[in-house]
Design a protein around this ligand. Structure first.
Ligand SMILES: [Zn+2]
Length: 327
């Protein structure tokens, strides 16, 4: 008797169990040979990106799907025939498609063997090339864009208008962020513009700001919530001034991919310092944030040499309370 497993993104705590499962059942995931260290490293990358999706029930894995961002491909699937029910593969693949869309992938590919072809067709995949059907591993592909939620379609449209490369999210391992709907004012920034955060982030920001003041540190707001429309306007303005899109994207996030859309991110400065400059990292205010921000749920999300390949942004702090507690 099988139970409906829950579909979820794998967590770091599962690394050991998943490593064992994958080493024995899914050698395809391991590109670089069977070394245990290499496998653990590859798995932790996948988990960090939220690209390893499991079907799990009572501590047992009914199935696993891994998403390879750079190839835009489901790179490995595993199903336990004794545990998985008929809905598991469909639900796992739906989760993979949803996740791929969040990285801005417009289509998803998958290499399957002949017996799985009928199933893949039943969930909307098509043969990538006519002649491929004869070979052992068959490449199938599915367009994701047309069934995407409206806000994701909007992101794709903005990217089309601005000439942002299709692989922007996958290359930077960044997921799309919907615009926050519920926002509280946090007062005025250094340019006298009213700024907004989600109620939870705003409350925590006020506490952090007050605590810093008591420690003799003045934190000033440069920017907080920004909608994707606003972000697109920023980029359009720079394009109009003759900058290339690649140059712009080296300092500004593509619309739809900025943490500022979430209403949880803040750009900060301190008196006497220019806004959004790396020199902020040499200030007492930055050292105070490094030591204390985590107690208020704020994290420096683009530190030096970050895994997103985004420049060091010592001024950028994001409210992620669960992450701060975990680290
Ligand atoms: Zn920022």
């Amino acid at each position: 008797m099988t139970q409906n497993a829950s579909i979820q993104l794998a967590r770091m705590a599962e690394l050991g169990m998943l490593g064992e499962l994958i080493r024995t059942q899914l050698p395809d995931v391991v590109h670089a040979g069977p070394s245990k260290d290499t496998l653990q490293r590859q798995l932790s990358y996948l988990i960090e990106d939220g690209c390893l999706i499991t079907a799990r029930h009572e501590g047992r894995y009914h199935g696993v799907v891994a998403l390879d961002l750079l190839d835009g491909r489901v790179t490995a699937c595993y199903l336990d025939p004794a545990l998985a029910d008929a809905t598991t593969p469909r639900r796992l693949m739906q989760a993979a498609e949803k996740r791929a869309l969040m990285f801005g992938l417009r289509k998803l590919e998958c290499c399957v063997r002949a017996p799985a072809l009928r199933f893949m067709r039943s969930i909307g995949f098509e043969l990538a090339a006519a002649e491929a059907a004869a070979s052992q591993a068959i490449l199938v592909t599915k367009q994701l864009e047309e069934n995407a939620p409206a806000w994701i379609k909007d992101v794709f449209a903005l990217h089309g208008q601005l000439g942002i490369p299709d692989d922007y999210g996958a290359r930077h391992r960044l997921v799309m962020v919907p615009d926050a709907r519920n926002l509280d004012s946090i007062g005025f920034d250094v340019y006298d513009r009213e700024q907004w955060l989600t109620p939870e982030a705003a409350k925590s920001w006020r506490k952090m700001h007050e605590t810093a003041v008591r420690a003799g540190v003045e934190l000033q707001v440069v920017s907080a919530f920004r909608s994707r429309k606003y972000q697109a306007g920023l980029i359009r303005g720079k394009l109009d001034k003759g900058q290339t899109i690649n140059r712009i994207l080296s300092v500004s996030a593509a619309p739809g991919f900025s943490e500022h859309h979430s209403g949880r991110a803040l750009d900060l400065k301190c008196p006497g310092e220019p806004p959004v400059e790396e020199s902020f990292a040499r200030t007492r205010a930055y050292r105070w944030l490094k030591a204390n921000a985590r107690y208020f749920g704020f994290q420096e999300t683009f530190p030096q040499s970050n895994r997103h390949g985004i420049i060091w942004e010592p001024w950028h702090w994001c409210f992620r309370p669960s992450h701060s507690q975990a680290s």
